[in-house]
Design a protein. Structure first.
Length: 558
């Protein structure tokens, strides 16, 4: 459509898929070049602008080019720079007014840029930071921080970070590279001060300053994006560590520990009390503080040691009610049941059948451990296929089995192995309510006795085969000293030893009574079966009694 509203038809043309441009022929050829604004498919097309661009492309000398550039479509044309314009545009073809204007601006800015570069060099020569900052604040440059003006001056003069020194021959691009180099170095130093410098790390001022500088970094290239992301990650970790350090309750500490940026492993809500006990804010001075080792992992050792020390504190004077009360108190406080498998009778509290699952055979260790663990979650055998996770109900307790065994059992060099219920192919954990620990005593034989790991010390204590080794361990750990005292008490005090032996006899008597009750039950069942006239061979098969025993009962009935 022409500028006067008249439709000018064009010849149809078949376009291929993906084509974005095409040249159409008018059905009736135009007798003059188009003028004014035409419309093509509702898109305005300024024919006069295209004519102005065509004149620029057709210019073969400076006079023709200056005449073309004086069109109203172009601005900021400086006749004094026509030689530079011609040198820039000669031999090039421009499609739009914008592309011609870009060439004009390039020449204009080059002249202005040189004046700025000259002024920067003068400021450097006179060591004038005020004059330097005035030039850097011009539109030619970005991301200029007045706090770093001394560093900019040193960078331009002394080549501190990059391989370019600013001279009259430099460009604005060179200067900007120097500015960015200074900014990056200052940002890296600020991040270091915020996360790993003891005197300033984890303070609000240091983190705030580092964050502001990181935010201002450029992201024009992939390398710049990667650098910025790396520095931002360090600040995120510092902020997360600050929250851990500032936690005043178990709930706030758990929330802080679960921050994704900390990437901590095996956080257990049930052990929040121990996490809080291990948290010493004064010890967290930098973001590099090892939270995993010093809080998460150390608390598991502390939890185990806590139970062992309390069991070791039981003496002959401790009555059953006290043991049960103390045991229930521990369970309430930690929401965890722990069943012990150990070889030191003096460390058993309460009744063995309630507290200790003793295993001496490597051939039934796994079966025994998992079988005993199964009913603990709900307190009864689960007979339905669709188990439901019930750890959020009032009747559910987390179940942890700790098996301390005096032989090498698992195919690993680690003395402490942890098992959970996981999906076979994808490996995700089904539930945190069931956890099985194996502590293999022979595998700590090579560990030095002066280790600071409390769990290893307790394992060495359980494995100790001489009084000398026990004393060495007792000297290094107060809780082990208590356990050694209990052993010595039982060995030296005849009355205490007698009480201990009486307890063992009572347990054996109870087992005998249970076994006797079972036998009596079999006999009673056999009598009833005989009374019903059932075959002797069937009674033997069902009750397990011998033929002789059945015949004797049969005679008694007659």
């Amino acid at each position: 459509m022409k500028n006067n509203g008249v439709v000018v038809p064009v010849k149809a043309k078949l376009l291929d898929v993906g084509e974005t441009t095409a040249t159409f022929e008018f059905v009736t050829a135009l007798t003059a070049d188009p003028a004014g604004t035409w419309t093509v498919n509702n898109v305005s097309f300024d024919a006069n602008a295209q004519a102005a661009v065509a004149k620029v492309n057709a210019a073969t000398n400076q006079v023709q080019l200056l005449a073309a550039l004086k069109s109203t479509y172009f601005v900021n044309v400086d006749e004094a720079k026509i030689a530079a314009y011609f040198g820039e545009m000669s031999g090039k073809t421009y499609d739009t007014v914008a592309s011609v204007q870009e060439a004009i601006d390039k020449i204009n800015n080059a002249a202005g840029e040189q004046a700025v570069i000259d002024a920067i060099v003068d400021a450097m020569t006179n060591n004038n930071e005020v004059a330097l900052l005035a030039q850097l604040n011009k539109p030619n440059f970005k991301r200029v921080n007045s706090d770093f003006i001394t560093q900019y001056m040193a960078e331009f003069k002394g080549n501190v970070n990059t391989a370019t020194t600013i001279t009259a021959a430099s460009t604005a691009v060179n200067v900007q590279a120097e500015i960015d180099a200074v900014n990056l170095k200052a940002t890296q130093d600020a991040v270091t001060a915020a996360d790993t410098t003891p005197a300033t790390a984890l303070t609000a001022d240091a983190i705030g300053k580092a964050q502001a500088l990181v935010t201002a970094l450029p992201t024009d290239t992939n390398a710049e994006k990667a650098t910025k992301e790396g520095l931002q990650g360090k600040i995120d970790v510092a902020n997360a560590v600050v929250k851990v350090k500032a936690a005043t309750t178990q709930a706030s500490l758990l929330s802080a520990l679960k921050s994704p940026v900390l990437k901590l492993q095996k956080i257990d809500d049930a052990l929040a009390k121990y996490y809080k006990d291990k948290l010493v804010p004064a010890n967290i001075t930098t973001a590099s503080y090892d939270i995993q080792t010093n809080i998460i992992d150390a608390d598991k050792t502390a939890a185990i040691a806590d139970y062992v020390s309390k069991v070791g504190a039981v003496t002959a004077e401790t009555n059953t009610a006290e043991v049960n009360s103390r045991r229930l108190h521990w369970l309430t406080r930690t929401s965890t049941r722990i069943r012990w498998v150990t070889r030191h009778p003096s460390l058993m509290s309460g009744r063995k059948r309630r507290q200790v699952n003793r295993s001496t055979s490597k051939y039934n260790c796994t079966t025994s451990t998992t079988w005993r663990n199964a009913p603990c979650t709900t307190g009864q055998r689960c007979t339905k296929v669709n188990w439901q996770r019930v750890n959020h109900t009032e009747t559910s307790k987390k179940t942890v089995t700790i098996s301390i065994i005096d032989f090498e059992y698992l195919p690993t060099d680690s003395y402490h192995s942890v098992f959970r219920l996981r999906e076979d192919e994808e490996g995700f954990v089904l539930t945190d309510d069931l956890e099985i620990h194996f502590l293999e005593l022979p595998k700590v034989a090579g560990v030095h006795q002066e280790t600071s790991d409390l769990l290893v010390k307790w394992m060495l204590f359980l494995k100790a085969e001489s009084k000398t080794k026990l004393e060495e361990l007792a000297m290094s750990e107060p809780t082990i000293r208590k356990a050694v005292n209990v052993l010595e008490f039982l060995n030296q005090d005849k009355e205490a030893r007698k009480l201990y032996e009486m307890r063992e006899m009572a347990l054996k008597d109870e087992l005998n009574m249970i076994e006797g009750a079972r036998e009596e039950g079999k006999v009673e069942v056999a009598r009833k079966m005989l009374a019903k006239g059932m075959d002797v061979s069937l009674i033997v098969e069902l009750t397990g009694l011998s033929v002789e025993e059945i015949e004797k009962l049969k005679q008694q009935l007659h």
